[in-house]
Every structure is written in C-alpha cells, then in structure tokens.
Design a protein around this ligand. Structure first.
Ligand SMILES: [Ca+2]
Ligand SMILES: [Ca+2]
Length: 184
C-alpha cells in the first residue's frame, strides 16, 4: 500500500507529466515534453538528435502505456497511475530495477540533448532545463540538485542520483530525494 507521502509525491509526478493539463497522461503529453526538451536544449527539429529524442520519448510512453493503462484506452488516469506504482513498489526487488532503469533513461536523455555536458551526471543546468521543459520553475530543479549533491561537487553522480530516486519513491519524510521533482 502506498503511504500518504508516496501518494502525494506520485500525484505530483503525474501532474507535472500531464503537460496538456487535462485529467490523464497520454501520448500528447509526451510529445509536448519532447518538444519542450528540444527547445530548452536547443535541439533543432531537423536534427538527428531530435529524431533520437522522439524515439526515446516514444518508447517511454509505450512502456508507461503497457504497464499503467490496463483498460487500454490510451490514457493513464491518476487512479491507474497510482495502482501502477503501488504494484511496482509492492514487489520485492522491483524498486531496484526501477531505480536503475529510471537513471539509465535520464542519463541517456541528458547525454543526448547535452552532449558537451557532464557525461552520466546531473547538474543544475540540466535539471533546471528539465524542470523548465515540464513547465516547472527552474529554481526547483536547482534546489533539488543542491539537496541531493551530498559531497557538494556541483554534480549529482550516478550513486547520488540512484539514492535520490530511491528516496523519491520511498516513505521517509526527511529524505532529500523527496524533492527530486520539486515541491509536492
Ligand atoms: Ca494529458
Ligand atoms: Ca486508461
């Protein structure tokens, strides 16, 4: 069972992904996110990077749809979303797989759109632009990085990112990773 804290964070994640502002996640939300990301990172729509970005978002959407849309109507409602997460988080070891998968896709995404940035790491520039792409204040992304950058290097490396992701899906009210996707 998801705790109230987990529900709040997951509802927040649902809302930021629902870029069209209607009641559900659908392909159009992913398309908006993809275009916003391209805009933030100055990826030209005619470039190869743009078509790779499209493929990346497309496969993410297919994955979400495959697992979180049991009635197959192409729309993931908030109850479907929460059930999806409840199912994942109640399977032993599933969170580990998820955290690895999540981080691998974020790193692939950033390394694609920001090839001159720090390979395999998050920084305030990348996370700030990511927030902007999801219509969130850039500063929230910057604060999140500051909170999870334990050694103060200015970069969130793979281990720090994995820990923060784990904390985001977890149930500790004091974990810095709770704010990974901004205030919830
Ligand atoms: Ca939507
Ligand atoms: Ca559905």
């Amino acid at each position: 069972m998801l705790s109230d804290l987990q529900k709040r964070k997951l509802t927040h994640l649902f809302k930021i992904n629902n870029l069209s502002g209607d009641g559900h996640l659908a392909r159009e939300d992913m398309e908006i996110a993809m275009k916003n990301m391209a805009h933030e990172f100055n990826v030209a729509t005619s470039s190869e990077t743009f078509s790779d970005l499209k493929t990346m978002f497309e496969s993410q959407w297919e994955q979400i749809k495959g697992f979180a849309d049991p009635n197959g109507d192409g729309r993931v409602t908030l109850p479907e979303w929460l059930t999806y997460w409840d199912n994942i988080l109640s399977v032993d070891g599933a969170l580990d797989m998820l955290v690895m998968g999540y981080n691998a896709s974020f790193h692939a995404l950033f390394d694609l759109v920001d090839p001159s940035g720090p390979k395999g790491a998050f920084n305030t520039d990348r996370w700030g632009k990511y927030f902007a792409a999801y219509n969130q204040p850039r500063e929230y992304g910057v604060s999140a990085i500051k909170a999870i950058d334990k050694n103060g290097s200015g970069l969130v490396d793979v281990n720090e990112a994995m820990l923060a992701t784990r904390e985001f899906f977890g149930d500790d009210p004091n974990a810095p990773g709770n704010a990974l996707f901004g205030p919830y």
